[in-house]
Design a binder for this molecule. Structure first.
Ligand SMILES: [Zn+2]
Length: 335
């Protein structure tokens, strides 16, 4: 009884501690890919990944694709339609679902370099003209209220969905720090939660509403940093958290936490709101194992499994034997 009580407290009031899983657990790997060559290398790992129990692969592509709708955003050596189709066919043969990703809203720059969208459309910048060389900021954002930005981004999303014949799409949206900026003539003085929710709902309207494709996103901006006790990176300290009550419940929230913790209150927050939750860890095997164990302890059918992020910490040839992938898998799919 004591154990059951703990499970209920940790995982929320809607938890049925005896509930069986509605489907097999989702065992995912998130990988950033830039070229067809990388896809070919990754394809060689698919048999081993499938054997380990991997069911999903999130490919973060961003602007590294030969976009036909917006060739001005395409790199010279990006992923091609042919390369994407070849990879998707191979993945399907190994029963692995591909989820392409463009990181939306935030992460529009890295260090001093702006990503292709803001390079070619500087008018989409939430902080136009501010922070020269991206000094004193983490990453740039696009403006969720710019009247033209969705038209461009939706076309890119469509191309990736079509190229990979994807049934699901990941929109990123983590670590958005620049929102409702004083430097934006449209958003100045606005409510960060309302603006974040608008961006989510616009994307949902296209991806789910128009395309009929499942939408996933990172969950950090929907968590209150103070209430959950997480820091301002893996939760929000900039006013976006109330957006959690203003977005559709059919979005899968990827709840990332990379350090070992005694408890992971975000699982209960998201499950109690009615979302499906995909817990995501990174490179520390003991932290990944602890998070996976906490997730499994929820015994909630809306808790999907485990997602292993990589962020450059493992080379493709070593991926299938990476302890940070294998140890949490043991926790999720062990009998
Ligand atoms: Zn704006």
């Amino acid at each position: 009884m004591r154990i059951l009580a703990v499970v209920v407290i940790v995982c929320g009031m809607f938890v049925n501690v005896n509930a069986a899983r509605a489907e097999s657990p989702w065992i995912g790997v998130h990988f950033m890919v830039y070229t067809d060559k990388m896809l070919d290398q990754l394809a060689e790992q698919l048999p081993a990944l499938s054997k380990r129990g991997v069911t999903h692969l999130i490919l973060e592509i961003n602007y590294h694709f030969a976009y036909k709708s917006h060739p001005e955003l395409a790199p010279t050596n990006g992923i091609t339609v042919v390369g994407a189709k070849k990879f998707a066919d191979t993945a399907r043969a190994h029963h692995i679902e591909i989820i392409p990703q463009i990181n939306c809203l935030g992460h529009q720059s890295w260090k001093q370099n702006n990503a292709a969208l803001l390079k070619h459309y500087p008018q989409f910048d939430e902080t136009p003209g501010a922070y020269p060389d991206n000094k004193d900021i983490y990453c740039r954002s696009w403006c969720p209220q710019h009247p033209e930005v969705n038209r461009v981004v939706f076309a890119l999303i469509d191309e990736l969905i079509d190229a990979f014949e994807a049934k699901a799409f990941h929109v990123g949206m983590d670590e958005v720090f620049l929102i409702a900026s004083e430097h934006c003539e449209r958003c100045r003085g606005g409510d960060p939660a309302a603006l974040f929710a608008k961006a989510v709902n616009d994307l949902h309207g296209h991806i789910v509403g128009k395309r009929g494709v499942q939408m996933l996103m990172w969950g950090d901006r929907l968590l209150d940093a103070e209430q959950t006790g997480y820091g301002k990176w893996e939760a929000s300290g900039n006013g976006t958290a109330p957006a959690i009550d203003r977005i559709p419940k059919d979005i899968v929230l990827c709840d990332w936490h990379y350090e070992k913790r005694d408890r992971y209150p975000s699982l209960a927050v998201f499950l109690d709101k009615g979302f499906r939750v995909w817990p995501a860890g990174w490179k520390k095997p003991e932290a990944a194992e602890a998070f996976a164990a906490a997730a499994r302890g929820c015994q909630n059918p809306r808790l999907l499994g485990y997602l292993c992020t990589t962020w450059g910490a493992v080379e493709i040839p070593n991926l299938a034997d990476w302890p940070a992938l294998l140890r949490p898998i043991e926790k999720i799919i062990a009998p």
